[in-house]
Design a protein around this ligand. Structure first.
Ligand code: DUC
Ligand code: ZN
Ligand code: ZN
Length: 466
């Protein structure tokens, strides 16, 4: 069994920092040994990595990605191969992607299809959530088989009538079944019925630019849907996880539910922390690069999201990575914002953008690791195999240089998409080395991984349930 010793670094976990060396044996962490002044311990290993001056972190876990996702007649442009490679460049060592049930098809056939897309192609480990678009007796039964197959979280949509949308009654049925199974319902909480009316009104008035994507999906309709989802989850006694939360109204609803002790959790994404409606309003159709749902919000929402991350009303940061090229992708919506494919690239830059939050004083170092790795692992049943630097855990380890600087750009990123949402942004901090289950995937500007190294992760219970 090959051994690697990471020496001289500062191990950062959700519970604090420690000057410690980390010994890896095969795919697992064998030992974390604190360094004490005046005490010298020598250990032999096949490979020594000098992490002096660097952070040693548990690999990032991005629990919200869409590789090769069908959307509006097109597909998101990162494959499992290109998307997981880009993730590794940015220090993410696990993704949880969404299998998408098309209406009229079965959940289990959908799961097989997503396994076929990912199997043999991933550079890092991966799991799946299941998107339920069709609630009926068969799907409700199949949810149990999904849980047995390691997929114990189901996404539903209160948006996109006629596509993914589920009625309140259907949501209630799925929540009751999830409650029986100990599964979590992940909710896209926007009032799609009302939004569709606003979209029709805008288009009829000739308001076709990308900014109207944002203006026809007001934050109040995210707040309303979030409250409704929380109420339905309370009635069904079902764990609820609000995905891609963007609006302070939605956050207030989550905070209130959590104060009552309900099993309600929420994530936000870097785009809601750093970008705003002003980006959607960029001229010459450039705003299309920023079309995602929920939309980017007016800047004042950002402060409440950072605060929510500190108070744990927001407990996870994922990316909702769903990239469409500008050319031939976003351009499908020239002259009609409602035809712009919804989604933005981001899987590569989550750890860096959150580290920028540490630099700016928005998050502590342990909280950075907690929202980017440890809590996602616990929330989606991967802990302690993932999400921590401890003996017995998978050796998914990132060596991060907090002093390095970089400029984000499509010219240098590794995602398979022709633009960066953060073009020109200066970041302090950078991944130097990424290990996935003991294998070096990224080292000093070089990709050393391989498609097929990543394995499917059957996930267990949400570890936060009260
Ligand atoms: N919701 C997502 O989570 N991803 C892409 C599109 C959407 O609406
Ligand atoms: Zn969504
Ligand atoms: Zn998504």
């Amino acid at each position: 069994m090959s051994t690697t010793l990471i020496t001289g670094g500062t191990v950062v976990t959700a519970s604090g920092t420690q000057d410690a060396d980390v010994l890896v044996e095969g795919e697992k962490i064998a030992m974390v040994l604190a360094r004490r002044p005046g005490v010298e311990v020598t250990m032999a290993a096949d490979r020594i990595i000098d992490a002096t001056g660097k952070y040693v972190l548990p690999g990032g876990i991005d629990v919200h990605t869409h590789m090769e996702m069908p959307f509006g007649g097109t597909f998101s442009v990162d494959t499992f191969e290109t998307g997981t490679r880009a993730a590794a460049w940015g220090g993410t060592t696990t993704i949880v992607d969404f299998a998408v049930q098309a209406k009229g098809t079965s959940l289990l056939a959908t799961l097989d299809k997503w396994h076929a897309k990912a199997d043999g192609n991933c550079a890092i480990d991966y799991g799946f959530h299941m998107i339920v678009s069709d609630v009926n007796d068969t799907t409700l039964k199949e949810m149990e088989a999904c849980v047995s197959a390691g997929v114990n979280s189901f996404k539903m949509f209160m948006a996109y009538p006629g596509v993914f949308y589920a009625t309140d009654g259907e949501i209630l049925l799925a929540m009751q079944q999830a409650a029986r199974l100990g599964a979590t319902i992940c909710m896209h909480a926007e009032n799609g019925i009302a939004i569709d009316q606003l979209v029709a009104q805008a288009l009829a008035a000739g308001r076709t630019d990308p900014v109207y994507h944002g203006l026809t999906r007001p934050p109040e309709l995210e707040g309303e849907a979030t409250s409704r989802a929380i109420t339905l989850a309370a009635v069904a006694a079902c764990p609820l996880y609000i995905v891609h939360l963007s609006a302070s109204q939605a956050l207030a609803a989550v905070a209130q539910a959590r104060d009552t002790g309900q099993n309600v959790f929420a994530e936000t994404c870097p785009q809601y922390l750093y970008l705003s409606l002003d980006d959607l309003a960029r001229p010459d159709f450039e705003g299309a690069k920023f079309v995602a749902s929920p939309p980017l919000r007016p800047r004042e929402h950002q402060d409440s999201l950072w605060r929510g991350l500190r108070t744990n009303d927001l407990s996870v940061v994922s990316t909702d990575h769903c990239p469409f090229c500008f050319k031939d992708g976003k351009e499908l919506g020239r002259g009609d914002f409602s035809k712009i494919p919804n989604g933005m690239p981001g899987v590569e830059h989550r750890m860096d953008l959150l580290h920028q939050g540490v630099v700016a004083g928005q998050l502590s170092l342990p909280r950075w690791v907690e929202v980017a790795s440890t809590t996602p692992a616990r929330m989606f049943g991967l802990y302690p195999r993932k999400g921590v630097i401890a003996a017995g855990s998978d050796a998914d380890i990132v060596i991060y240089d907090p002093q390095a600087t970089q400029t984000l750009s499509a010219a240098t990123h590794h995602m398979n998409v022709d633009y960066s949402a953060y073009e020109g942004m200066q970041i302090t901090g950078r991944v130097v080395t990424t290990l996935s289950r003991g294998s070096v995937v990224i080292d000093d500007g070089e990709y050393l991984g391989r498609a097929g190294h990543g394995t499917f992760l059957a996930r267990g219970l949400n570890q936060y349930l009260l």
